[in-house]
Design a protein around this ligand. Structure first.
Ligand code: SF4
Ligand code: SF4
Length: 171
């Protein structure tokens, strides 16, 4: 996978392609694991190599992923793990993936380095729009540093799901 510094990204919007929920194992912290186990049972998780994960189905997709028409949706919206909320961005204290100048982002007087995983199909490359640079990335940062949990710009805008919340109870 290739990590692209944020200054090469014009915008990002999740298009519900579902790729990220099929290609990766989701690591859980203990609190996330506990909450999910209490609500959905221990069988929705697995452990391995000192880490806790969401279980994957036989096709490799997350146990909470479901498809509605051509959209791939998350059945764990109200307790979605931080790893899922932050995808496809990496918000780091050091320029781990190079291009330090292009990855540099100033937030609250601190220097951060932001990259996106290029496998996400919701990335649009080019000069960053004001909204992306100032609102979308700020929301990801606030989730990463733990001062925000609610997602507004950092998830798919699926009005259908908002109109029919009962579909969340499929899981
Ligand atoms: S975050 Fe990216 S890869 Fe994941 S579902 Fe949305 S567009 Fe697809
Ligand atoms: S918890 Fe939701 S967002 Fe995370 S991998 Fe599973 S379906 Fe995707």
């Amino acid at each position: 996978m290739l990590f692209v510094p944020w200054q090469y990204i014009a915008d990002w919007k999740c298009n519900t392609c579902g790729l990220c929920c099929k290609a990766y194992s989701v690591v859980l912290n203990f609190q996330e694991w506990l909450k999910i186990v209490k609500n959905y049972g221990v069988e929705t998780t697995v452990s391995g190599l000192n880490k806790l994960y969401l279980r994957r189905k036989s096709d490799g997709s997350c146990v909470f992923l479901y498809k509605m028409m051509d959209m791939h949706l998350c059945g764990l919206q109200h307790m979605k793990p931080a790893a899922c909320k932050l995808w496809p961005f990496k918000i780091l204290a050091t320029p781990k993936f190079g291009y330090a100048k292009e990855a540099l982002y100033h937030y609250g007087g601190k220097a951060l380095y932001i990259y996106a995983d290029s496998t996400c199909t919701g990335l649009v490359y080019g000069r960053p729009t004001w909204e992306f640079a100032n609102q979308t990335l700020e929301e990801f940062i606030e989730i990463a540093i733990g001062i925000r949990s609610e997602q507004k710009r950092s998830k798919a805008n699926v009005n259908f799901v908002q109109q029919y919340p009962s579909i969340r109870r499929l899981f």
